[in-house]
Design a protein around this ligand. Structure first.
Ligand SMILES: [Zn+2]
Length: 162
């Protein structure tokens, strides 16, 4: 049995990283990233580096060059305060990320003195006072007054579709 040639040693070392830590990292890459990393390992080794010393750089570069597709699109951010329309006669007195507390400022405007709004769905519910508005916003489940939240909750409770 003859000793492997240098070329064979390089080819074997360029197949996947030899160390456990780098091997674990390699296994997490996508197939395209793995293929790219193998190419980069050989390119870096051509520059005179030992193949085993090139994996770390090669994997970093491969991931940077071929970012993996996110599994799910990130959720759209909730509309910034300025883009959330306020009903005529009201002002957005207490804007929060999840809800707004709107105060009626025009005495002749229609509607209750205060409104609580779900910022995910735009639904509002009436409140007689600021205290009542915050009690609703913070302590009443939004599914009780927002149809959108109710539908979301029903979706989450439903068994996952396969
Ligand atoms: Zn909602």
């Amino acid at each position: 049995m003859t000793a492997p040639t240098t070329q064979e040693l390089i080819a074997a070392a360029a197949e996947r990283p030899a160390t456990k830590k780098e091997g674990a990292r390699f296994d997490k890459l996508t197939e395209a990233q793995q293929a790219r990393a193998r190419e980069l390992v050989l390119q870096l080794a051509d520059g005179g580096k030992p193949v085993t010393a090139t994996w770390k750089q090669a994997m970093t570069d491969a991931v940077a060059q071929l970012p993996a597709e996110p599994e799910e699109a990130p959720e759209a951010p909730e509309a910034p305060e300025a883009e959330r329309p306020v009903p005529a006669g009201y002002e957005n007195r207490w804007p929060y990320a999840a809800y707004d507390v709107l105060k009626k400022t025009a005495a002749d405007a229609e509607g209750p003195a205060w409104l609580v709004r779900c910022n995910a769905h735009g639904a509002t519910t009436a409140a007689a006072s600021v205290k009542a508005a915050f009690a609703t916003a913070r302590h009443t489940p939004r599914a009780e007054w927002c149809d959108g939240c109710k539908a979301d909750e029903a979706d989450e409770a439903a068994p996952a579709k396969k």
